[in-house]
Write a protein that binds this ligand. Structure first.
Ligand code: S3P
Length: 172
């Protein structure tokens, strides 16, 4: 890979609970880059939580805001960007990230996703039914899109530092 490519924003994508925010923060520290979380930026811009936005306006409205915020974050040229699990599924966002950033798909087993998302039950998409079934379906539906990411790292519930080391290895 060319050095130029490594200069691009590293954009973490993958399902809820895979560790995009925690791993992203550590990755940024390890690379001495800044870190920004897209969901936090959406909440700041809207002055509401993601759950409140879903509840008040629905998912389509959230996706519009998410698309705009990620476009802005790409413009601002942050070092490491964590995205919400659905962001990279939007064709427009995906095209932008693939063209101007380096997408890193964090992938792990279903049990880990279920366990981690159950610790803090704030995700509106997991409240509409059985979280395991929903995550299983989302994994199946979304994996083909996530697979378009330039880098693919399987974490399977291992320590975040190992995931960080794997990503850095992939950049070399
Ligand atoms: C979503 C994932 C969430 C958040 C929203 C929708 C999704 O982010 O953006 O609840 O569609 O997968 P995390 O992946 O950070 O939980």
């Amino acid at each position: 890979r060319s050095a130029r490519k490594i200069d691009r924003p590293l954009v973490l994508v993958g399902l809820m609970g895979v560790g995009k925010t925690s791993i992203g923060r550590r990755l940024a520290a390890a690379l001495d880059r800044d870190f920004i979380d897209a969901d936090e930026e959406i909440e700041r811009a809207a002055d509401r939580t993601v759950a409140e936005i879903f509840e008040a306006h629905g998912e389509a409205y959230f996706r519009d805001g998410e698309r705009r915020v990620i476009a802005r974050l790409m413009d601002e040229g942050h070092g490491v960007i964590a995205t919400g699990g659905g962001a990279f599924i939007d064709a427009e966002t995906r095209a932008l990230v693939l063209e101007r950033g380096l997408a890193v798909w964090l992938d792990c087993d279903l049990d880990t996703l279920v366990e981690r998302t159950s610790r803090k039950n704030t995700r509106p998409l997991l409240k509409t039914g059985d979280p395991r079934q929903i995550l299983r379906d989302l994994k199946e539906q979304r994996s083909p899109a996530y697979a378009q990411a330039q880098i693919h790292v399987v974490t399977d519930g291992g320590p975040h530092d190992v995931a960080v080391a794997r990503i850095i290895q992939e950049l070399a």
